[in-house]
Write a protein that binds this ligand. Structure first.
Ligand code: FAD
Length: 303
């Protein structure tokens, strides 16, 4: 059996594994796709002390650092069940059951996509999901934000300070964001909000995004908007489906943790984007992974 078994191989899982292994305890990592969301990232400019890097480089660094320690790294393995018996059991898709005194869940999240033509083609070429990450890449340019919920309106306010102009496209006839955010956005001279707008296509020149096409759902008319960047803000979905009915989750499916990374199941900790931590970033996930590993170690020495 393991002392600490980490599920997930993104920044949170990698940090948790390194912190656990450095305690000299038996550590394993199960990851469906080592690297997580970072694998899909081009420019990373907010990983403090590294001025600029990219996803594949950071993933290689994470893996090297993890493998510097005595860690069982099980790549391309998916966990499908977690259960507390005498030990915590983690069942994999291939039927194997791993046992551990403690488990750290770091399965991350994924951005909900628009599923329109051009979105996949222009990902990281103008189609973006994280304003904190990619906002500065569109300095002085026109951008669109898809989605008028809290994250969409926050993104619009954030981007308005950097880019030339922001157009928010909301599918419904009202914005779902908090009133104070809506008022703030409406007060900004370089923010336009369009409701009843269904984005139908991402337009580009083969290299980069040049605009988008949307349909006014009231009139059925199609319109073209010239923008260099499109921030899709229609939801971040935690990878916690396999934990439903086992752990306390928020109504959005995020694992509820306390300040030590503890979940509602004894001996089970969680970290990173899959949890109810308020902000989702690489450096924040790494810190959370370290917290969860130290929390798990504390649990082990007390039990
Ligand atoms: P993830 O990175 O999502 O990793 C989750 C891990 O769990 C993966 O290994 C996954 O395969 C695995 N997993 C999931 N389910 C299972 C399962 N059932 N069994 C086993 N393994 C499983 N943040 C920044 O700070 N700066 C940036 O510039 C930046 N740019 C970004 C650009 C893009 C395009 C995206 C998508 C995100 C960006 N982010 C950025 C956000 C950042 O990538 C995330 O906050 C961070 O990766 C979260 O780390 P995590 O370890 O919690 O989860």
């Amino acid at each position: 059996a393991y002392d600490v078994l980490v599920v997930g191989g993104g920044p949170a899982g990698a940090a948790a594994a390194i912190y656990a292994a450095r305690k000299g305890i038996r550590t394993g990592v199960v990851a469906e796709r080592f690297g997580g969301q970072v694998s899909d990232t081009m420019a990373i400019e907010n990983f403090i002390s590294v001025k600029a890097t990219d996803g594949p480089k950071l993933v290689a660094g994470l893996e090297q650092h993890v493998l510097d320690y005595d860690v069982d790294l099980m790549k391309t393995q998916k966990a499908v069940r977690v259960e507390k018996k005498e030990l915590v059991e983690v069942e994999l898709e291939n039927g194997a059951v791993l046992k551990s005194k403690s488990v750290i869940l770091a399965t991350g999240a994924r951005w909900r996509e628009m599923n329109v033509p051009g979105e996949q083609e222009y990902k990281t070429k103008g189609v973006a999901y994280c304003p904190h990450c990619d906002g500065p890449l569109f300095k002085g340019k026109k951008t669109a934000v898809i989605g008028g919920g809290n994250s969409g309106i926050e993104a619009a306010i954030d981007l308005a300070g950097i880019v030339e102009h922001v157009t928010v496209l909301e599918f419904g006839d009202t914005l779902r964001a908090d009133d104070v955010l809506v008022k703030k956005a409406e007060s900004l001279s370089n923010v336009t909000i369009i409701k009843n707008a269904m984005t139908t296509e991402v337009l580009g020149d083969g290299e980069r995004v040049t605009g988008l096409q949307y349909t006014d759902r009231k009139t059925d008319e199609s319109h073209k908007l010239d923008v260099a960047g499109i921030f899709v803000q229609i939801g971040l979905v935690p990878n916690s489906e396999f934990l439903q009915d086992t752990l306390e989750l928020t109504d959005r499916g995020e694992i509820v943790i306390d300040s030590h990374g503890r979940t509602s199941m004894e001996g089970v900790f969680a970290a990173g984007d899959v949890t109810n931590v308020p902000f989702k970033q690489i450096i924040i996930s790494m810190g959370a992974g370290a917290t969860a590993a130290l929390g798990a170690f504390d649990h082990l020495i007390r039990n």
